[in-house]
Design a protein around this ligand. Structure first.
Ligand SMILES: CC(C)(COP(=O)(O)OP(=O)(O)OC[C@H]1O[C@@H](n2cnc3c(N)ncnc32)[C@H](O)[C@@H]1OP(=O)(O)O)[C@@H](O)C(=O)NCCC(=O)NCCS
Length: 152
């Protein structure tokens, strides 16, 4: 039986532009739900306030590759409008590169802020696909996903 090598711990000092990342936790795989492990970073604004998060999922499942993507992000409403999601991804980029040469980012086609974030990251559009009912993203309300490849 082979076992996976342990996942690396992120370094301190991941910053880009106005934001810095605080590594909050590495969430282990959920074998019952079939979810891969993920790194959870808080996005801190220049005043050190928690403005949102960036997740890095580590896995090669259809759920990740096709629907959820390797990268997830969210910015609290109060802190939107400053491009913090893009800056958070770029702050995480040096660490992401130690795991993947490129990653999948997905978004619902009607999520204009996310689409623009992905476009400004320079990610390359791959395709738009339907989300099947068995995928957790469907339960979350997503019916279609646009898939992009990003070289961090
Ligand atoms: C997606 C999200 C993280 C972006 O937050 P943010 O980093 O603050 O993004 P901004 O508000 O600065 O917007 C980023 C870009 O999108 C543009 N944008 C934002 N809302 C827009 C809209 N409704 N229509 C068109 N463009 C829009 C902005 O103008 C900006 O582009 P610019 O730099 O060329 O001006 C945030 O909207 C969010 O948390 N949404 C809910 C969670 C989510 O959807 N996560 C992504 C899942 S894939």
């Amino acid at each position: 039986m082979t076992s996976e090598p342990p996942l690396p711990m992120p370094p301190d000092g991941l910053t880009f532009g106005e934001v810095s990342l605080y590594f909050d936790r590495l969430v282990p795989a959920d074998l019952v739900q079939g979810f891969a492990p993920y790194y959870h970073f808080r996005i801190l604004n220049p005043d050190g306030w928690d403005a949102g998060h960036v997740n890095l999922r580590v896995g090669d499942t259809d759920h990740i590759n096709l629907y959820a993507g390797h990268i997830g992000y969210s910015v609290h409403e109060l802190y939107r409008g400053f491009g913090y999601a893009r800056q958070g991804c770029l702050a995480a980029a040096p660490f992401i590169r130690t795991i993947y040469p490129s990653v999948i980012i997905t978004t619902d086609p009607d999520n204009a802020a996310s689409l623009r974030t992905i476009e400004k990251l320079g990610a390359v559009f791959l395709e738009e696909i339907p989300v099947p009912p068995h995928d957790p993203q469907y339960r979350g309300g997503s019916r279609r996903k646009r898939r992009f490849r990003w070289v961090p």
